[in-house]
Design a protein around this ligand. Structure first.
Ligand code: 3PG
Ligand code: MG
Length: 402
């Protein structure tokens, strides 16, 4: 895999795919960690006289066509503004992704300038499973630049046009963030000190539930909380009320539980939950044991006995990977579970990696210093798939020599 110093970037337009998928409250960025993590590559390229054209996604725009998606947003405008603040100079934003405005922006950049394309997921072809549809977007993106740098670590597990297809069309290299992230994850896969404990939570369980079986031959213990755990509890026949549930994963989860049992991998699940009357910061809530969860409540956090159980199962760990908050930490009343996990991991002396945009945002919002963990990764799903030994499409594309 080439690094950016292997490319002659001076005076040339470099398409930089970054992961700037930051949490937003309206148009306000609530955690700019992914933007800051992308700055070293942006600055290094600009300092060497590259014309840096950044391509990134934000959220999951909805709609069948470009116009609907662009109208619905979210726009990358707040992200462009934040990059501009960090660079202390304005960062122009194209009105489109790879259309006339993007062509004009690319042509207007001088050496050392930084510009930003609109949310690449406005293009329906970006995320298409049809190769030809991705190829069409990829060709337009590639025509904007003469070199490609892949630095969007958190999106490397996506077989998307800007991640997977464009590097096939341009001479390319991996950015500094991707190189740093991969170096840490490699340490987790090569002989981790044991016990190796993986903590899984998060609000996007579907991707992770589908692949969790692959972790059984890596980790000694899986602690499963938050949005991930309700499907496990349901698979054990428990009532989970209106909690987040991936009903189509129940069979898979049953298989995971049986397989874990067979291999002697411990699976630690919640024993009590904080059930709220609705999804809101000020919702009424009570603690319920998992065998008496009311059908009309929604779990938004782990109960006190679960917090103690999770902490006890982290106390002897020598290696920890944590992906996904175990409660709705954005609401202070439902942050205790996530805080307890962060606290317990911060006391582990071995290699501790916190992975994912939301988990990273959580530890910062809960005021843990970055130094409380060995590494805070910008990628959740991407880290997980790497740890499972899967080949990440975006990484494979960067490794392909050209
Ligand atoms: C993330 O936030 O995990 C990455 O930016 C990828 O986003 P996605 O899960 O919407 O593909
Ligand atoms: Mg994420």
């Amino acid at each position: 895999m080439k690094s950016i110093t292997d490319l002659e970037v001076g005076g040339r337009v470099v398409l930089l795919r970054a992961d700037l998928n930051v949490p937003l409250d309206g148009r306000v960025i609530t955690d700019d960690g992914r933007i800051r993590a992308s700055m070293p590559t942006i600055t290094a390229l600009a300092d060497r006289g590259a014309r840096v054209l950044i391509c990134a996604h934000l959220g999951r725009p909805e709609g069948d066509d470009y116009a609907t998606r662009a109208a619905g947003g979210p726009s990358l405008r707040p992200v462009g503004r934040r990059i501009g603040e960090l660079l202390a100079r304005p960062v122009p934003l194209a009105d489109d992704v790879a259309g006339p405005s993007a062509v004009r922006l690319s042509g207007s950049l001088s050496d050392g300038d930084v510009g930003l394309l609109e949310n690449v997921r406005f293009e329906p072809g970006e995320t298409s499973k049809v190769d030809a549809e991705r190829a069409e977007v990829a060709a337009r993106l590639a025509s904007l630049a003469s070199l490609y740098v892949g630095d969007g670590f958190g999106a490397l597990h996506r077989k998307h046009a800007s991640v997977f297809d464009v590097p096939g069309l341009l001479p390319h290299a991996a950015g500094e963030l991707v190189r740093a992230e991969v170096a840490v994850l490699r340490r987790l896969t090569e002989n981790p000190e044991r016990p190796y404990v993986v903590v899984l939570g998060g609000a996007k369980p579907s991707d992770k539930l589908a692949v969790i079986a692959n972790l059984l031959d890596k980790a000694d213990r899986l602690i499963i909380g938050g949005g991930m755990s309700y499907t496990f509890l349901a698979a054990q026949g428990r009532e989970v009320g209106r909690s987040l549930l991936e009903a189509d994963q129940i069979d898979n989860v049953k298989h995971v539980l049986a397989e874990a049992d067979r291999r002697g991998v411990e699976i630690v699940l919640p024993i009590d939950l904080v059930g709220a009357t609705r999804f809101a910061a000020d919702a009424e809530h009570d603690v319920f044991p998992v065998d008496a969860f009311p059908a009309d409540r929604e779990s938004l956090d782990m109960g006190p006995r679960t917090r103690a159980l999770f902490a006890a199962n982290l106390a002897d760990a020598k290696t920890v990977f944590w992906n996904g908050p175990v409660g709705v930490f954005e609401f202070p009343a439902f942050a205790a579970g996530t805080r307890a996990v962060a606290e317990a991991i911060s006391q582990v002396t071995g290699l501790t990696v916190v992975g994912g945009g939301d988990s990273a945002a959580a530890v910062r919002q809960l005021k843990f210093p970055d130094s409380a963990f060995s590494h805070i990764s910008t990628g959740g799903g991407a880290s997980l798939e790497y740890l499972e030994g899967k080949r990440l499409p975006g990484l494979a594309a960067l490794e392909d020599g050209r």
